[in-house]
Design a protein around this ligand. Sequence first.
Ligand code: AKG
Ligand code: ABU
Length: 499
Amino acid sequence: MLQKQKTTKKIVSQQLPLILGKRAFGNIPKTPLKPLEGEFEKPEIITSTIPGPIGKRLIEDLGRIQEIRTIHFLVDFDRSFGNYVVDSDGNVLLDVFCHISSLPLGYNHPSMIKALRTRDAVQLAAHRPALGSLPNVSWGPKLHETLMKVAPEGLTRVFTCANGSEANENAYKTACMWYVNQRRGNKPFTDEEIQSCMLNKPPGTPSLSILSFEKAFHGRTLGALSTTRSKPIHKLDVPAFDWPVAPFPQLKYPLDQFVKENAEEEARCLSRTEEIIKSNKIPVAGMIIEPIQAEGGDRHASPDFFRKLRKIARDNGVAFIVDEVQTGVAATGNFWAFQKWGLDDQPDIVTFSKKSQIAGFFHREEYKMTAPYRNYNTWMGDPLRLLQFEVILNEINKDDQAMLRNVNITGNYLQDSLKELAKKYPHLMKDVRGDGTFIAFDSPTVETRNSIVNAIKLNGVELGACGDQSIRFRPSLVFAPKHASQFLDIFESTISKLK
Ligand SMILES: O=C(O)CCC(=O)C(=O)O
Ligand SMILES: NCCCC(=O)O
């Protein structure tokens, strides 16, 4: 029997609320999204440091057995609600980073809690199946009702797994198998291939490559890491495939003032990419690209760039893999960020994770495995995570997709207001950019960026960093204009005090 659910309620104010500046960002737009009842009204910080004394003690203890230098603070999930996270010391923060972009409905969303308190959810939590061998009865129907409902056009199959690195890495294997199978003429493996692969030698182990882009982030497992190019610290001391890297456009902002320069920059990157594919000593079987490079610093390119890139992949027989691990599931204002490109020729493979909770990739029919046990593992994802995705999808589709409309309304308001602030504080922020609520701006230096992120935490906001000097917003899909307005107040009050 399940215990009665503990109600998650606002914690009572113990100290003075934050003293905030008056809002100066125009009218707060209306959202079609229904407000979350019982959400905190505002952040409230009750300790002089974050983590506070309780958090510090627990983190120090954790540090005896695990790396702790990356920890922001400890989360009290039971007390957190909606867009507000409560830490171990009772501090309430407005969360606009949401566990690195992976909390689509915020904390303790009533629909999520309801779905997880069912008999089905208990069964799935109690028995994590080996999905490739013994899937639960509802696995197939649920896949059809959920993931396949949002599968990009023409991508008729889905592989599921546990996380983004695994999704990308299995996508690379799929691209390589597709590439070789075409050349083999869809014939059975030869004896020579079968024997040589056990020695990691050709022809069974072919020399093939996956092309990625400067500043890309595609994960940290060995194969995925070979395509990750955002920061040296991810890669140092780890063996990597000798795979090619192409330039990703470095656009200049504001976009409407640099139309010619940006078009030239994109043309340069496209032509270099094609040159690399044609001349690389190791044949390129696939290329992978994020619709917006996230970890690498929220770097954008135009739909035209991506359309031309897709054509280069097609013309050169290279699998075109789109990494929607961070951009996917509605935050950019489309369900998939790549929908904005208006492709005639859809990607070959689209990978997902984070906000979908379950990870994996969609692929075309011709990328189907030629034999079983080629891409496989014990769990191949988790039906409990698929159940979470079902809840998320239902929420997104509710009330004529009010949540998606909310993302666009809130995102436009936040982005426009940040642009106003950038005019007022040009020494602290520039190049505001984004789609939906997937927004970022740059600080002049890494030190300024870090001091903004640290200072605003003590004023009650959990904000994200990326690249060398960027600040990124990855709020939940229930982040509404009123939350954006609250953020803007706290933000201006924070940066106006920075030296
Ligand atoms: O650093 C990681 O492994 C998480 C990366 C990520 O997705 C991000 O920071 O955007
Ligand atoms: N790529 C790591 C991001 C995590 C963090 O900002 O804390």
